[in-house]
Design a protein around this ligand. Structure first.
Ligand code: MLT
Length: 244
């Protein structure tokens, strides 16, 4: 039975305290640049499942255990030696990933998903699928925590802006929201008329641009271009993320 009123909180960093107990909550991890955008794109392109892991060695081990699986991810934004794909969503085309299992190791996004794997429900959100994710979170009837993955434990503005967009959709439906959710909504409203320009100002975007991934920033800034909702389930001791 759904609760009368949902409470919504935003963790502005991966370690931010929240008054909600995530074991009873629906949690959405957000890493706009680029892990959760890549997960959305992979599933939208027909990948069977994405298995998030936090380290390069763990990724190699998971890929051989789950074989055949594509070994994917980044360190310092770049595809590690011997990996099939990096962490650019634009690489995850139908031709490359349809029907495939993807093992994905990234610095912050997949780590944040692992950190919240004990949530009652866990999904991955991005600008690409923000409204679909908000609708899914509301449909659970649970209190909601949006987690801004950020960079190495620090605040990442692009993730907070996306959290604000998802939070705004949820608050509209009458959810109660915390100060940090309100701050994220305010940030989103200040940026919504120039999302790409706003995202390009963020520290990690500046880094990615410098590393030659400018096209990813443009792509990851697109809002609501897909309806896919990546939802995590436990699978033989691992997290498997599939379409809801
Ligand atoms: C991460 O998880 O830290 C990112 O997605 C890094 C990136 O590939 O831009």
């Amino acid at each position: 039975m759904n609760k009368a009123r949902i409470t919504l909180d935003v963790a502005l960093t991966i370690d931010s305290a929240t008054s909600l107990d995530r074991k009873g909550c629906a949690v959405c991890v957000i890493d706009v640049l680029r892990a959760t955008s890549t997960i959305a794109k992979a599933l939208d392109s027909g990948a069977e499942a994405v298995y998030p892991v936090s380290g390069i060695d763990a990724a190699r081990a998971a890929a051989s255990e789950l074989a055949p699986a594509l070994l994917c991810g980044e360190r310092l934004g770049v595809r590690p030696e011997g990996f099939d794909l990096g962490n650019s969503p634009l690489e995850y085309t139908k031709e490359r990933v349809a029907g495939k299992r993807i093992v994905l190791a990234t610095t912050n996004g997949t780590k944040a998903l692992g950190r919240y794997c004990d949530a009652d429900r866990l999904c991955a959100g991005s600008l690409l699928n923000a409204t679909a994710v908000a609708e899914y979170l509301l449909s659970t009837g649970k209190d909601i925590i949006l987690v801004s993955a950020g960079q190495d434990g620090a605040f990442g503005a692009e993730d907070a802006i996306c959290a604000g967009l998802i939070a705004e959709r949820i608050a509209r439906e009458g959810a109660e929201y915390t100060d940090s959710a309100w701050a994220a909504i305010t940030a989103y409203k200040a940026c919504r008329h120039d999302m790409e320009g706003s995202v390009r100002k963020c520290d990690h975007a500046v880094y990615l641009e410098h590393e030659g991934f400018g096209d990813d920033i443009g792509y990851c800034s697109k809002t609501d271009i897909m309806k896919v909702v990546p939802v995590a389930a436990h699978h033989n001791g691992r997290i498997a993320i599939k379409k809801a």
